[in-house]
Ligand binder design. Structure first.
Ligand code: ADP
Ligand code: MG
Length: 242
Protein backbone atom coordinates (compact mmCIF):
# COMPACT_ATOMS: atom_id res chain seq x y z
CA UNK A 1 0.00 0.00 0.00
CA UNK A 2 1.42 3.33 -1.01
CA UNK A 3 0.71 6.99 -0.79
CA UNK A 4 -0.68 8.71 -3.87
CA UNK A 5 0.58 12.22 -4.55
CA UNK A 6 -0.59 14.78 -7.08
CA UNK A 7 2.17 17.33 -7.23
CA UNK A 8 1.31 20.52 -9.08
CA UNK A 9 -0.72 18.60 -11.66
CA UNK A 10 -1.81 20.62 -14.69
CA UNK A 11 -3.94 19.72 -17.69
CA UNK A 12 -4.78 21.78 -20.73
CA UNK A 13 -6.74 20.88 -23.83
CA UNK A 14 -5.80 22.91 -26.93
CA UNK A 15 -4.16 25.50 -24.70
CA UNK A 16 -7.17 25.87 -22.42
CA UNK A 17 -6.30 24.98 -18.79
CA UNK A 18 -8.74 22.52 -17.22
CA UNK A 19 -6.76 21.43 -14.14
CA UNK A 20 -4.56 24.04 -12.50
CA UNK A 21 -1.66 23.29 -10.14
CA UNK A 22 -3.39 20.55 -8.19
CA UNK A 23 -1.64 19.38 -5.01
CA UNK A 24 -3.11 16.45 -3.07
CA UNK A 25 -1.61 13.77 -0.84
CA UNK A 26 -3.82 10.73 -0.43
CA UNK A 27 -2.83 8.31 2.32
CA UNK A 28 -2.96 4.54 1.75
CA UNK A 29 -6.45 3.19 2.42
CA UNK A 30 -8.11 6.60 2.48
CA UNK A 31 -11.55 7.10 0.93
CA UNK A 32 -11.27 10.42 -0.88
CA UNK A 33 -14.01 12.23 -2.76
CA UNK A 34 -13.30 14.72 -5.54
CA UNK A 35 -16.33 16.96 -5.34
CA UNK A 36 -17.31 19.84 -7.60
CA UNK A 37 -19.80 21.07 -10.16
CA UNK A 38 -20.05 19.66 -13.65
CA UNK A 39 -17.15 20.71 -15.87
CA UNK A 40 -14.71 21.54 -13.05
CA UNK A 41 -12.22 18.87 -14.16
CA UNK A 42 -13.03 15.88 -11.94
CA UNK A 43 -13.12 13.25 -14.69
CA UNK A 44 -9.97 14.69 -16.24
CA UNK A 45 -8.15 14.24 -12.92
CA UNK A 46 -9.38 10.66 -12.67
CA UNK A 47 -8.34 9.96 -16.25
CA UNK A 48 -4.85 11.26 -15.50
CA UNK A 49 -4.68 9.01 -12.42
CA UNK A 50 -5.83 6.07 -14.54
CA UNK A 51 -3.22 6.85 -17.19
CA UNK A 52 -5.78 7.51 -19.97
CA UNK A 53 -4.46 11.07 -20.22
CA UNK A 54 -0.98 12.42 -19.77
CA UNK A 55 -0.32 15.45 -17.56
CA UNK A 56 0.49 18.85 -19.06
CA UNK A 57 2.57 19.72 -15.99
CA UNK A 58 3.47 18.49 -12.52
CA UNK A 59 3.60 14.83 -11.58
CA UNK A 60 1.64 11.91 -10.17
CA UNK A 61 3.52 9.74 -7.70
CA UNK A 62 2.47 6.40 -6.21
CA UNK A 63 4.77 5.22 -3.44
CA UNK A 64 8.26 5.37 -4.92
CA UNK A 65 7.05 5.40 -8.54
CA UNK A 66 6.48 8.41 -10.72
CA UNK A 67 3.44 7.43 -12.81
CA UNK A 68 3.09 10.63 -14.83
CA UNK A 69 5.21 13.68 -15.52
CA UNK A 70 6.28 15.67 -18.55
CA UNK A 71 8.90 12.98 -19.29
CA UNK A 72 7.20 9.84 -18.03
CA UNK A 73 3.92 8.01 -18.56
CA UNK A 74 3.32 4.60 -17.00
CA UNK A 75 0.65 2.89 -19.15
CA UNK A 76 -2.79 2.17 -17.66
CA UNK A 77 -2.33 -1.61 -17.57
CA UNK A 78 0.88 -1.27 -15.52
CA UNK A 79 -0.79 0.87 -12.84
CA UNK A 80 -3.13 -1.89 -11.63
CA UNK A 81 -5.75 0.62 -10.51
CA UNK A 82 -9.34 -0.57 -10.35
CA UNK A 83 -11.89 1.57 -12.18
CA UNK A 84 -15.63 1.96 -11.89
CA UNK A 85 -17.21 4.41 -14.29
CA UNK A 86 -20.73 5.64 -14.92
CA UNK A 87 -21.23 3.49 -17.98
CA UNK A 88 -20.13 0.22 -16.48
CA UNK A 89 -19.84 -1.57 -19.86
CA UNK A 90 -20.25 -5.23 -19.02
CA UNK A 91 -19.82 -7.75 -21.83
CA UNK A 92 -23.44 -8.69 -22.72
CA UNK A 93 -22.57 -12.22 -23.89
CA UNK A 94 -20.60 -13.13 -20.76
CA UNK A 95 -22.05 -14.31 -17.46
CA UNK A 96 -21.50 -12.35 -14.27
CA UNK A 97 -18.69 -14.75 -13.33
CA UNK A 98 -17.01 -14.35 -16.72
CA UNK A 99 -17.32 -10.57 -16.65
CA UNK A 100 -15.78 -10.37 -13.19
CA UNK A 101 -13.01 -12.81 -14.10
CA UNK A 102 -12.15 -11.13 -17.39
CA UNK A 103 -9.28 -8.95 -16.07
CA UNK A 104 -7.69 -12.08 -14.55
CA UNK A 105 -8.02 -13.93 -17.83
CA UNK A 106 -6.16 -11.07 -19.50
CA UNK A 107 -3.48 -11.37 -16.80
CA UNK A 108 -3.35 -15.14 -17.38
CA UNK A 109 -4.07 -15.91 -13.72
CA UNK A 110 -4.31 -19.70 -13.20
CA UNK A 111 -7.88 -21.06 -13.14
CA UNK A 112 -7.99 -22.12 -9.46
CA UNK A 113 -6.73 -18.75 -8.26
CA UNK A 114 -9.07 -17.03 -10.72
CA UNK A 115 -12.13 -18.86 -9.38
CA UNK A 116 -11.18 -18.09 -5.80
CA UNK A 117 -10.82 -14.39 -6.51
CA UNK A 118 -14.07 -14.25 -8.51
CA UNK A 119 -15.84 -15.90 -5.59
CA UNK A 120 -14.35 -13.47 -3.06
CA UNK A 121 -15.24 -10.46 -5.23
CA UNK A 122 -18.83 -11.65 -5.75
CA UNK A 123 -19.08 -12.27 -2.02
CA UNK A 124 -18.08 -8.67 -1.23
CA UNK A 125 -20.77 -7.25 -3.51
CA UNK A 126 -23.26 -9.95 -2.44
CA UNK A 127 -23.88 -11.40 -5.86
CA UNK A 128 -22.73 -14.98 -5.39
CA UNK A 129 -26.13 -16.41 -6.36
CA UNK A 130 -26.04 -14.44 -9.61
CA UNK A 131 -22.72 -15.79 -10.86
CA UNK A 132 -24.20 -17.59 -13.87
CA UNK A 133 -26.61 -14.90 -15.02
CA UNK A 134 -26.14 -12.63 -17.99
CA UNK A 135 -26.05 -8.82 -17.49
CA UNK A 136 -29.43 -8.46 -19.21
CA UNK A 137 -30.95 -10.56 -16.42
CA UNK A 138 -29.83 -8.12 -13.73
CA UNK A 139 -31.11 -4.81 -12.38
CA UNK A 140 -29.12 -1.59 -12.81
CA UNK A 141 -27.86 -1.77 -9.25
CA UNK A 142 -26.78 -5.38 -9.65
CA UNK A 143 -24.95 -4.55 -12.87
CA UNK A 144 -23.12 -1.76 -11.09
CA UNK A 145 -22.13 -4.25 -8.37
CA UNK A 146 -20.77 -6.60 -11.03
CA UNK A 147 -18.64 -3.72 -12.32
CA UNK A 148 -17.47 -3.10 -8.76
CA UNK A 149 -16.55 -6.78 -8.33
CA UNK A 150 -14.66 -6.69 -11.63
CA UNK A 151 -12.71 -3.63 -10.48
CA UNK A 152 -11.45 -5.36 -7.34
CA UNK A 153 -10.72 -8.83 -8.69
CA UNK A 154 -7.12 -7.86 -9.55
CA UNK A 155 -6.68 -6.72 -5.93
CA UNK A 156 -5.70 -3.15 -6.81
CA UNK A 157 -4.17 -0.75 -4.29
CA UNK A 158 -6.22 2.10 -5.67
CA UNK A 159 -9.76 2.12 -7.06
CA UNK A 160 -11.05 5.06 -9.10
CA UNK A 161 -14.77 5.83 -9.28
CA UNK A 162 -16.31 8.30 -11.71
CA UNK A 163 -19.85 9.17 -10.59
CA UNK A 164 -20.72 5.48 -10.25
CA UNK A 165 -24.23 6.19 -8.95
CA UNK A 166 -25.18 8.81 -11.52
CA UNK A 167 -27.23 6.42 -13.69
CA UNK A 168 -29.03 4.72 -10.82
CA UNK A 169 -32.46 5.35 -9.34
CA UNK A 170 -32.45 7.44 -6.20
CA UNK A 171 -33.68 4.59 -4.02
CA UNK A 172 -30.80 2.38 -5.15
CA UNK A 173 -28.18 4.87 -4.11
CA UNK A 174 -28.42 4.29 -0.37
CA UNK A 175 -27.93 0.56 -0.91
CA UNK A 176 -24.99 1.18 -3.22
CA UNK A 177 -23.39 3.57 -0.74
CA UNK A 178 -23.55 0.73 1.80
CA UNK A 179 -21.89 -1.56 -0.75
CA UNK A 180 -19.08 0.97 -1.31
CA UNK A 181 -18.49 1.22 2.44
CA UNK A 182 -18.37 -2.57 2.78
CA UNK A 183 -16.06 -2.72 -0.23
CA UNK A 184 -13.71 -0.19 1.35
CA UNK A 185 -13.70 -1.99 4.68
CA UNK A 186 -13.09 -5.41 3.16
CA UNK A 187 -10.39 -4.41 0.67
CA UNK A 188 -8.64 -1.59 2.54
CA UNK A 189 -8.00 -0.08 -0.90
CA UNK A 190 -7.38 3.61 -1.45
CA UNK A 191 -10.52 4.97 -3.09
CA UNK A 192 -10.74 8.10 -5.20
CA UNK A 193 -14.40 8.83 -5.77
CA UNK A 194 -15.59 11.54 -8.15
CA UNK A 195 -19.02 13.06 -7.63
CA UNK A 196 -20.91 16.33 -8.08
CA UNK A 197 -23.27 15.33 -5.27
CA UNK A 198 -22.16 16.86 -1.97
CA UNK A 199 -24.35 14.60 0.19
CA UNK A 200 -22.80 11.52 -1.44
CA UNK A 201 -19.29 12.87 -0.79
CA UNK A 202 -20.14 13.84 2.79
CA UNK A 203 -21.61 10.47 3.65
CA UNK A 204 -18.93 8.30 2.01
CA UNK A 205 -15.55 9.97 2.18
CA UNK A 206 -12.87 10.26 4.87
CA UNK A 207 -11.61 13.36 3.10
CA UNK A 208 -13.03 15.61 0.41
CA UNK A 209 -11.22 17.69 -2.20
CA UNK A 210 -13.61 20.39 -3.37
CA UNK A 211 -12.83 21.63 -6.87
CA UNK A 212 -14.03 24.58 -8.87
CA UNK A 213 -12.85 25.59 -12.33
CA UNK A 214 -9.89 23.21 -12.20
CA UNK A 215 -8.64 24.43 -8.85
CA UNK A 216 -8.67 22.99 -5.37
CA UNK A 217 -10.97 25.12 -3.22
CA UNK A 218 -10.61 23.16 0.02
CA UNK A 219 -9.26 19.84 1.27
CA UNK A 220 -10.49 18.36 4.52
CA UNK A 221 -12.78 15.99 6.35
CA UNK A 222 -16.53 16.31 5.75
CA UNK A 223 -16.83 17.79 9.26
CA UNK A 224 -14.16 20.42 8.57
CA UNK A 225 -15.73 21.42 5.29
CA UNK A 226 -19.15 21.67 6.81
CA UNK A 227 -18.03 23.56 9.93
CA UNK A 228 -15.49 25.86 8.26
CA UNK A 229 -16.06 26.30 4.55
CA UNK A 230 -13.23 28.44 3.22
CA UNK A 231 -15.36 30.81 1.15
CA UNK A 232 -18.92 31.74 0.29
CA UNK A 233 -18.89 29.74 -2.92
CA UNK A 234 -18.07 26.58 -0.96
CA UNK A 235 -20.56 27.36 1.80
CA UNK A 236 -23.27 27.65 -0.83
CA UNK A 237 -22.13 24.54 -2.64
CA UNK A 238 -22.03 22.44 0.54
CA UNK A 239 -25.25 23.82 1.98
CA UNK A 240 -27.18 23.66 -1.24
CA UNK A 241 -28.50 20.10 -0.84
CA UNK A 242 -28.65 17.69 -3.76
P1 ADP B 1 -16.20 17.07 -14.78
O1 ADP B 1 -15.89 15.61 -14.76
O2 ADP B 1 -15.87 17.75 -13.50
O3 ADP B 1 -17.61 17.34 -15.21
P2 ADP B 1 -14.34 17.13 -17.01
O4 ADP B 1 -13.04 16.74 -16.43
O5 ADP B 1 -15.09 16.11 -17.77
O6 ADP B 1 -15.24 17.78 -15.86
O7 ADP B 1 -14.13 18.37 -17.97
C1 ADP B 1 -13.49 19.57 -17.57
C2 ADP B 1 -13.36 20.47 -18.77
O8 ADP B 1 -12.43 19.91 -19.69
C3 ADP B 1 -14.64 20.69 -19.53
O9 ADP B 1 -14.69 22.02 -19.95
C4 ADP B 1 -14.50 19.75 -20.72
O10 ADP B 1 -15.20 20.23 -21.83
C5 ADP B 1 -13.00 19.77 -20.97
N1 ADP B 1 -12.50 18.52 -21.56
C6 ADP B 1 -12.50 17.30 -20.96
N2 ADP B 1 -11.95 16.38 -21.77
C7 ADP B 1 -11.59 17.01 -22.90
C8 ADP B 1 -10.96 16.59 -24.12
N3 ADP B 1 -10.59 15.34 -24.33
N4 ADP B 1 -10.75 17.55 -25.07
C9 ADP B 1 -11.09 18.84 -24.87
N5 ADP B 1 -11.69 19.29 -23.76
C10 ADP B 1 -11.94 18.41 -22.78
MG1 MG C 1 -17.13 13.96 -15.14
Amino acid sequence: MARLILDGVEKSFHGAPVVKGLNLTIEPGEFVALLGPSGCGKSTILRMLAGFENVSGGQIIHGDDCLSSSTRHVPTEERNFGMVFQSYALWPHMTVKENVGYPLKVQKTPTAERNKRINDALDIVQLKEYADRLPAQLSGGQRQRVALARSLVTEPDVVLFDEPLANLDRHLRATMEETFRAFHKRTGATMVYVTHDQSEAMSLADKIAVLNKGQLVQWGTPQELYARPRNTWLANFIGRGS
